[in-house]
Design a protein around this ligand. Structure first.
Ligand code: AKG
Length: 295
């Protein structure tokens, strides 16, 4: 964590995460480390072609970190574990991450939520089974496509829950730019950041991003983490393991899906193993249900 960064109150951040579904932690990546992450992200994005950009137009890109072992340095960055520990998010383990990079002129990211275990009763409690860390690698405001959220939507029904199907490929390609899933919403709150900050969000939170109306690329890295991992229901851990292994669910069907952190070459593998979700053994994975319900 950057010692010169703005002070923040971990207890308040934690309360906001539980109540509103998100919080912002300033200065988690110091300027030197941020620079190296920017370089890694730029190198990974250089491998992305026009077809990928068209397929993921609303996101901007969706590059799996599993294909880029040098990101071990980010996943294992001690500043992230320090932040978790200060917020009381113990035993927080990693499953997957993506580079989501909106080029100049890129459209809005559609409203969605990312939790997939809605059949399980844990979904209707304050217990957070999955959090996103959003790391914006440039200062990000409404003009260049900052995050926007519906506070509280992780725990309460919201009309946007009924209009989103995050799995519809037509949403990612922006077949209908006038669809309300891209439009501003009266309940939305912008989450502008300074590069190096981290936004922590409950995976159940409804969120999206503004269009990038600037002339510069806006890069975000989304990292998926799971607090109190060892305490999670076995079926949820089994599904998390299938996410790590890139079984069933993946975004880039052309990628070599045999590569994931447990199979990364050394030294990357050893670097990340202590913070990775692992194989819970022969357990039936929790059902993959993305449609929210609040019971
Ligand atoms: O790119 C962004 O601003 C947000 C990414 C996002 O919504 C996600 O990864 O679920």
């Amino acid at each position: 964590m950057d010692r010169n960064a703005t002070a923040w109150d971990p207890a308040l951040a934690r309360r906001r995460l539980v109540k509103d579904g998100y919080c912002r932690v300033p200065g988690v990546l110091d300027p030197v480390f941020l620079r190296s992450v920017q370089e890694m992200a730029a190198a990974a994005l250089d491998t992305v072609g026009a077809e990928h950009r068209a397929q993921w137009r609303s996101q901007g890109s969706l590059v799996a970190l599993a294909d880029h072992p040098p990101f071990a340095a980010l996943i294992a960055w001690p500043g992230l574990q320090e932040m978790f520990s200060r917020m009381g998010l113990d035993d927080t383990r990693f499953t997957s991450g993506y580079i989501i990079s909106k080029p100049p002129g890129g459209p809005a990211l559609f409203w969605h939520q990312d939790w997939w275990g809605w059949r399980h009763p844990i979904s209707r409690t304050d217990r957070i089974a999955q959090i996103a860390l959003f790391l914006y690698l440039t200062d990000t405001r409404r003009e260049n496509g900052c995050l926007r959220v519906i506070p509280g939507s992780h725990r309460r029904p919201h009309p946007l829950h009924d209009v989103i199907d995050a799995h519809d490929p037509a949403l990612a390609t922006v077949e209908n730019p006038n669809d309300p899933v891209y439009a501003p919403h009266p309940d939305e709150v912008d989450v502008p950041v300074t590069a190096g900050d981290v936004v922590v969000a409950d995976a159940r939170l409804v969120h999206g991003a503004h269009p990038n109306r600037s002339g510069r690329e806006r890069t975000n890295i989304t990292l998926w983490w799971h607090p109190r991992y060892a305490d999670l229901p076995p079926g949820i851990r089994a599904r998390l393991w299938s996410i790590v292994e890139r079984e069933e669910i993946d975004t880039d069907t052309a990628a070599d899906r045999s590569l994931y952190p447990h199979r990364w070459p050394e030294p990357y593998r050893s670097q990340v193993l202590p913070v990775m979700a692992d194989d819970p053994g022969p357990v039936v994975p929790e059902a993959w249900i993305r449609k929210p319900h609040f019971g």
